[in-house]
Design a protein around this ligand. Structure first.
Ligand code: ADP
Ligand code: MG
Length: 384
């Protein structure tokens, strides 16, 4: 089980060791697991993510000479630059980190240099949004170091800066769910986000004796590979062919009139998946696990068959979890690898994780990783 260790102290001591600098501020921003509503964010739809207790931690100290130095325990190469020379051409992992400093500077929110060190307990590339987690941890720490107060306007600005870093610098055309939950999540709840109205609110989860389990198949997805971008383009084509501004406005009857068979299936996933989100909110609020079972099964089938973003490891983890006693299980995140999410009686966690481990070993897959997704709070910073 991958534990959600608090890495604040380690970030502070590594900043000292690597740069000889005392931290002025520490920031934390969580990874996330999406309970339902996959690929619906860029279709003006609904999503329902939960912030993980696993997070990225940043320790930072401001500099007066404009120099920016950033290291990460998760990446061997440090980033060095100057605040006035940041731009969209930043490469590698620094695209997410220095990229967000650039977009914050563009927004007029930071102007100085800094030393920063990052530690993370979010597995990278597992579909649990280590990317938004590292963007938002960087942003809160940099804004804290710049003396800014984390109010609602600043939270909104962090989300926007993270989205711009991810889409314009890292070239991953993701939709905004990850940064929103990394910033706005409330402990104990899930965040219902409506990408049509832009509104979001925390919804209660009547988990009781139930646990949200995440299983990382360890199949590395790569959002910059093109699968994600092609799904996005197919959704845009479907909306355009129907004369709609987004698939949020489409119904199933309209979707079935689409001439291109592939585009039709992509659109069908978006329409049916969006329709599953509100019933899931209701079921989670009432502890209605029979409904969760059906909704998760339908969601997974739709991603596997209509949207075609699943892989054999995800399908195996989902079917094994359900056979071993989970109420419901589905792949989560962008797809093409990454993780599944299951909801199960807390007493069944060991049985279910052992069953998945065994199934993976028998099929010759790499051992999966498991973590418990206790619903956690969004990004914050603390002055040292
Ligand atoms: P996911 O967000 O699902 O984990 P992505 O491919 O979107 O996967 O983002 C993973 C990338 O984000 C990593 O390859 C790395 O470039 C960057 N990243 C995430 N966390 C960190 C970190 N703690 N330190 C440095 N880079 C990170
Ligand atoms: Mg990501």
């Amino acid at each position: 089980m991958l534990e959600p260790t608090d890495l604040t102290a380690r970030a502070i001591s590594e900043l000292r060791t690597r740069f000889g600098t005392e931290a002025a501020v520490t920031g934390r921003a969580p990874g996330r697991v999406n309970l339902i509503g996959e690929h619906t964010d860029y279709n003006a739809g609904l999503v329902l993510p939960v912030a993980l207790p696993h997070a990225t931690y940043a320790a930072a100290a401001p500099r007066t000479d404009g120099v920016i130095r950033i290291t990460s325990a998760q990446e061997p190469e440090p980033f060095t630059g100057h605040v006035d020379e940041l731009g969209p051409e930043i490469e590698g992992w620094a695209a997410y980190v220095a990229g967000v400093l650039w977009t914050l500077r563009e927004a007029g929110l930071v102007s100085g240099g800094l030393d920063m060190h990052l530690e993370s307990s979010v597995p990278l590339g597992a579909g649990l949004s280590s990317s938004a987690s590292v963007e938002c941890a960087t942003a809160v720490a940099a804004l804290g170091a710049a003396g800014r107060t984390l109010d609602a306007d600043l939270q909104r600005a962090i989300v926007d800066a993270g989205i711009r870093a991810e889409t314009e610098v890292a070239d991953a055309p993701t939709g905004g769910m990850d940064q929103s939950v990394a910033v706005f999540a409330e402990a104990g709840g899930a965040l219902l986000i409506d990408f049509d109205s832009g509104e979001h609110h925390s919804v209660p989860l009547a988990l009781g004796e139930r646990t949200i389990l995440v299983t990382d198949t360890r199949v590395k997805h790569q959002l910059t590979d093109g699968g994600y971008a092609s799904r996005r383009a197919q959704c845009e084509k479907a909306a355009a062919d129907l004369g709609l501004s987004s698939l949020r406005e489409a119904d199933l009857e309209q979707v079935e009139t689409l001439g291109d068979e592939v585009v039709r299936r992509r659109a069908r996933h978006i329409v049916t998946e969006t329709a599953r989100v509100e019933p899931t909110v209701t079921a989670l609020g009432e502890g209605d696990w029979a409904s969760i079972s059906e909704l998760f099964a339908a969601s997974h089938a739709s991603m596997r068959d209509d949207f075609e973003i699943s892989v054999v490891e995800l399908d195996l983890a989902v079917s094994t979890a359900v056979e071993a006693g989970a109420d419901g299980a589905r792949m989560t995140g962008g797809g093409f690898g990454g993780s599944i999410v299951s909801i199960l009686p807390s007493e069944a966690v060991e049985t279910v994780t052992a069953a998945i481990d065994r199934a993976f070993a028998e099929a010759g897959h790499n051992p999966p990783g498991h973590l418990i997704a206790t619903p956690s709070a969004g990004a914050s910073y603390t002055a040292c």
